[in-house]
Design a protein around this ligand. Structure first.
Ligand code: ADP
Ligand code: MG
Length: 290
């Protein structure tokens, strides 16, 4: 994949430019609100992001900041670029042969495409959970211990501690503590998805990306995942794609509405759903298309 670097140079100056741009884009009272809610402390900064699959442009000049320790949701109709944007954040799109990106993405102030950036370290910093839960065909214990092990942890007691804490974080420990050596594939769908979240957080990522994590789940399991996402933001910055607007309204602090590769609007969820600034957002959330 070819990366076109648009800028280089002074990091402070670059941060300043991103802030300026956002100031220009968002009405000032909203900006004050965003700052209050932690946007003064961005986790992810996306600047002039364009993305192509071959000739096809999938993302159009995205500029935004994603605040630390908050839940940010992307909503929008199918095919509008939500997953593409999410996959840019841990360079999963690198795997697509014809893909090309322009612009800059910084996570925790580090440019994802700087030469010293190691993709395996990046994937540790930025974990991901998918729509179709995908536990490894291994034991419950081994699924959660997998990440810490490949990053070099050998101490058995420490691994056990991480497995226990990770499973507790996703409210799965009580359900599986007596069967840690059984296959993960024997768990229910909802349990498998919570296991995948435990596996992702076992390496203590800074950001957790979730691409429609509840789409394949029943309402009860969905409720459990939503509840734990809200709890997890204390320790992680969460970016979730959902085509379920009610889900975004329930769990996200910030919501971005995407349409045909554009980030049409981004702001605090309550404001997005009650007083959208753009006609397209209003049409979408009132169900006029989708
Ligand atoms: N690997 C790929 N190769 C080519 N085109 C793709 C690929 N993945 C997604 N696209 C296209 O990019 C656009 C955005 O897709 P996607 O990011 O999956 O949207 P969403 O997640 O909002 O449904 C769509 O037109 C889709 O067909
Ligand atoms: Mg998608």
């Amino acid at each position: 994949m070819a990366i076109i670097k648009l800028r280089s140079g002074n990091q402070d100056m670059e941060n300043y430019k991103v802030e300026k741009k956002v100031e220009n884009r968002v009405p000032s009272n909203e900006m004050a609100h965003l700052k209050l809610k932690g946007l003064g402390n961005p986790m992810v900064e996306i600047e002039n992001l364009n993305f192509f699959y071959g000739e096809k442009k999938a993302l159009n000049n995205i500029n935004m900041i994603i605040p630390k320790h908050q839940v940010t949701a992307f909503i929008g109709p199918s095919g509008c670029g939500k997953s593409t944007l999410l996959r840019c954040l841990n360079r999963m799109n690198d795997l697509v042969e014809s893909a090309r990106m322009e612009g800059a993405i910084r996570i925790g102030g580090r440019d994802l495409h700087q030469e010293s950036e190691n993709v395996s370290v990046l994937r540790k910093r930025v974990g991901m959970v998918f729509q179709k839960f995908n536990p490894f065909p291994k034991t419950i214990f081994e699924n959660v211990a997998y990440g810490p092990k490949i990053h070099g942890l050998k101490n058995k007691a420490k691994l056990e501690e991480i497995v226990e804490n990770s499973l507790k974080s996703v409210a799965l420990w009580d359900e599986v503590k007596d069967r840690l050596n059984e296959s993960a594939l024997a768990l229910s769908g909802g349990q498998q998805q919570r296991l995948c979240i435990a596996r992702a957080i076992a390496v203590e990522p800074e950001v957790l990306l979730m691409d429609e994590p509840c789409s394949a789940l029943d309402p009860l399991s969905t409720g459990k995942i939503e509840e734990l996402v809200v709890g997890l933001k204390e320790n992680y910055t969460i970016v979730i794609v959902t085509h379920n607007m009610q889900q975004a309204a329930r769990i996200a602090d910030f919501t971005g509405f995407m349409l045909l590769g554009d980030l049409v609007e981004f702001g605090p969820t309550d404001r997005m759903f009650t007083k959208p600034n753009k006609k397209e957002t209003e049409d979408y959330i009132t169900g006029r298309f989708g």
